[in-house]
Design a protein around this ligand. Sequence first.
Ligand SMILES: [Zn+2]
Ligand SMILES: [Zn+2]
Length: 327
Amino acid sequence: MDNFSTRNFSNYGKVLSPHVILIRPERRQYLTSNSLLFLGDQTYLLDSGYQYQGDQLKKIRDAIDIDGILFSHYHIDHVFGCHILPESKKMIHEEEVDALRSFDNFIQFCFKDQTISSQQWNIWKLRFKNLLKREGINDWSDLRLDNVITFGSNENIDLGATQLQILHLPGHSPGHCGVYETENQILFIGDIDLSGKFGPWYGWWNSELDTFKKSVEYVIDFVSRNEISRIVSSHTHDVSKEEGMHLLNNFLHPFDEREQQIKTYITQKRTGVTLKQITDQSIIYQGKQSDPPYVREYFEFVHVKKHIEALMKKNEVISEGDKIFST
Ligand SMILES: [Zn+2]
Ligand SMILES: [Zn+2]
């Protein structure tokens, strides 16, 4: 890359180190996410976000060549802005590459092992089409993901001046990854979200509750064992190692708290409860609504279902017909 040290990167984002720039959305709102720019012999962007809210990435693209984009995972708020860099090489963890092959693949991927009704199929299809349209995309092929290639769980990407160590942190999604930048010790943890606004999110069928919890525990251990200068998650500002440790420990609590609340509700209703009744308690979203409402209702349902499955595995609840009982 040409003479990057003389450029004023603070015009484009927050300079975290001589090799790492944090690019934040101009306005933080639903579906916006952070990107990181890594500068070395090659320039890599980590996540291209969902950019309808601003022109940040376009300004950066016009100022420097971006050789490659690494996606932390396949979710739209991390990927859909990639169309403004059609020539850059795209990379994602091997477990998620199929999701990016086509529009139909993308939707199917979210519903792993679940039979999906044609009504549900149409609802989600329309939602994603509309989200793509907001980004100015009419067809999946316009995202220019046809050349996407994979990286493995423990891969090292050598940028000369610095190295990027991939950390596979599954659970939120199957191939969700963090990145540790070795020269200046900057840790990116994606949707292990330190904003404190929601807690762990596992609302698609391919999310895994226990795996997610283990990944968070792994990150806590990783932070305690390594030199870290800043920790970056996708939906809030960067934090110090100490603050990050505190926030990561807080992030772990909802896994058990939600389970406990669901269990308490089931125990109180001696005649059994339906999944719908538990979902209506809004234990996960705590009364927050979405526009349209079906989006959060659906995600609430999937979160609850995953907890019920975990409780059934531990023999703490049983199901009879459409009712769930405490054991
Ligand atoms: Zn995500
Ligand atoms: Zn996200």
